[in-house]
Design a protein. Structure first.
Length: 558
DNA sequence: GGAAGGACTTGCGAGCACTCTT
DNA sequence: AAGAGTGCTCGCAAGTCCTTCC
């Protein structure tokens, strides 16, 4: 591997303001999605029952739709309309004259072609598969790494996104629109001046090559659906990302020091004469207590209708003066990030309840609950309370502190490793529930639960038998006792497994583990209770959290 | 001061790869 | 050896929050 530029950095970019500021960045540029291969002649598209040869560009877009035929997306009207509208834009004028209705388009042959092709690929002999893997590894090796200030670092996403049909989440108004192919002419390269500038594919040029050491991306382009910029950045295992991660948790730890003061302050503000302050203090209470997201405004009609705290509308909450024997209950029901439903019934303190009644007076269901508040206002206030404080820090703080407290409460030093891990998972789960990290119940859940139960029943029987035998055979006592003990232990372990699985049915632990829980808490816990770190972090996670594994000893306190 | 643009983190699900069972 | 089940990686959408521009 070339190590050019490590010793000679005299030519490197200089920028003096704060920020990332690397001295050397060298890479190969993005790896481009493979070009379109036209369909064989015998795979036909039919319009109105008659075969029709499409122009290559038109055909390519048709294949995007054909590939998705058995996906639910293609049954949705918005998806169909958006696709058809964009498809027609790319047709030749003759094609456009002919193809006027999507219902008359028959993609079935094309669809079958791709299904078959996919199966053929899966059925490939081992050696062929091995060869394909080696080719992929070669590409990874060549394009998947960069050199940043003398260190070889893994890149997160070194490939451009392939063209296709946009799939939004939830009720997205743009679903089905055509995502265009990214060409070198769309791509901005960022690298140091002294480094070897990456070569664009032959016959092509980059949109721009720049040297901006205040940012961390290697390449970028603007996508055509939302007109937003996409970036090629480093892998979480990189030093740069690790340092940022560490910083994030340090900010959250600083919040720990002032959170009591902030809480008494927002409680006081519930009685403020200013409406703006009251709204701010109630919103902050939600963000703190319920770990809600900030809730930026969104452009209407451009994205799915989802909300966070500051963008909650009257229709998203119901007030119950009394519910199930509890007073002042707020019932939340709204779609949050990724159109995941947030549903929760929460007893709140009386002033909060009274304030909410006030905020909702004379408003329609579609009106903003906090009409005098937005995330900019809220974050400005938070910044005054603590340097670096923003709404999202509360999520990080409350997630991490909850893990630490739960681990303390649930872990029994006398337990075996399996039981300790159940405790760990339960603590992790408490956080995931707080942050509303959900998942669809896995498809094989019922079945695999039954299998596990069958195993447990079998083990119980074995245990019973061993007990009987022990009674019968007084001789050979030691061996029988041991086998009894072993069976008992296995049963316990299976029961633990089953409990864990059941409790985890609809909860996703990954997001909190990766993004909200200070890894030093987990590392310290492992060290303190003699649990190998591999039991809670897999290889990738250990790479991402290398900084924490290095740093934390068993008495680390968040 | 507010809209638009930009950079970066967070989030879920699909599909692949690996393991375990039969 | 094959098939099922599970864990892990990757893709890329969708957030947050800061900066820039008028």
């Amino acid at each position: 591997m070339k190590q050019q530029g490590i010793d000679d950095l005299s030519n490197a970019c200089e920028k003096t303001d704060d920020g990332v500021k690397w001295k050397q960045l060298e890479h190969k540029g993005p790896y481009f999605a493979p070009l379109y291969e036209p369909l064989p002649d015998d795979v036909k598209f039919y319009y109105d029952g008659k075969p029709m040869k499409l122009n290559v560009a038109t055909e390519e877009i048709a294949t995007f739709y054909a590939k998705m035929l058995d996906h639910e997306y293609t049954t949705k009207e918005i998806f169909q309309n958006n696709f058809f509208y964009d498809w027609r834009k790319e047709m030749t004028s003759e094609e456009r004259k002919k193809i006027k209705h999507l219902e008359k388009c028959d993609f079935k042959e094309m669809h079958k072609y791709f299904v078959d092709k996919n199966e053929a690929r899966k059925a490939l002999p081992k050696e062929e598969k091995q060869k394909l893997k080696e080719e992929a590894d070669k590409i990874q090796e060549e394009y998947g790494y960069c050199i940043l200030d003398g260190h070889r670092e893994k890149i997160g996403n070194f490939k451009t996104e392939p063209p296709g049909l946009f799939r939004g989440r939830g009720d997205h108004p743009k679903m089905g629109m055509l995502k265009k192919r990214i060409m070198p002419e769309d791509v901005i390269i960022n690298c140091s001046k002294d480094s070897q500038t990456p070569e664009p594919p032959s016959g092509h040029k980059w949109k721009e090559v720049r040297c901006d050491n205040t940012v961390t991306w290697l390449a970028s382009w603007t996508e055509n659906i939302q007109n937003s910029i996409k970036y090629i950045m480093l892998n979480p295992s990189s030093k740069l990302k690790g340092e940022k991660d560490w910083q994030k948790y340090e900010v959250a730890r600083r919040l720990k020091g002032v959170v009591n003061k902030i809480r008494s302050q927002y409680r006081a503000d519930w009685k403020s004469r200013e409406m703006k302050k009251r709204q701010r203090s109630v919103a902050l209470y939600f963000i703190d207590k319920l770990a809600l997201r900030a809730g930026n405004e969104k452009e209407e009609g451009e994205t799915a209708d989802t909300v966070g705290c500051c963008s909650l509308r009257v229709e998203h909450i119901k007030l119950h003066p009394e519910l199930d024997g509890q007073e002042h209950v707020v019932e939340f029901d709204f779609l949050g990030k990724d159109s995941i439903r947030y549903y929760n019934k929460v007893p709140v303190e009386k002033p909060v309840f009274k304030n909410l009644q006030l905020f909702m007076e004379n408003k329609d269901p579609g009106d903003d609950l906090f009409d005098r508040l937005n995330t900019t206002v809220l974050n400005k206030h938070l910044q005054d309370l603590m340097d670096g404080l923003t709404a999202k820090v509360f999520r990080t703080y409350n997630a991490s502190i909850t893990l630490q407290e739960q681990l303390k409460a649930l872990t029994d030093a006398e337990d075996n490793v399996a039981a300790k891990l159940l405790s760990y998972n339960r603590a992790n789960r408490a956080v995931a529930i707080l942050c509303n990290h959900q998942r669809a119940t896995p498809k094989s859940f019922e079945k695999s639960m039954q299998n596990l139960q069958a195993k447990i029943d079998a083990k119980k029987e074995q245990l019973g038998e061993a007990q009987m035998e022990l009674k019968r055979a007084k001789a050979d006592l030691k061996a029988k006792k041991d086998s009894l003990l072993a069976e008992g232990k296995q049963l316990l372990k299976l029961n633990v497994q089953a409990t864990d699985k059941e409790e985890n049915k609809q909860i996703a632990l990954g997001t909190s583990k990766l993004n909200y829980l200070d890894p030093r808490i987990s590392v310290a816990w492992c060290k303190k209770f003699g649990v190998p770190i591999e039991k809670i972090y897999n290889k990738t996670q250990r790479e991402k959290f290398a900084w924490a594994i290095d740093m934390a000893d068993e008495d680390f306190e968040f």
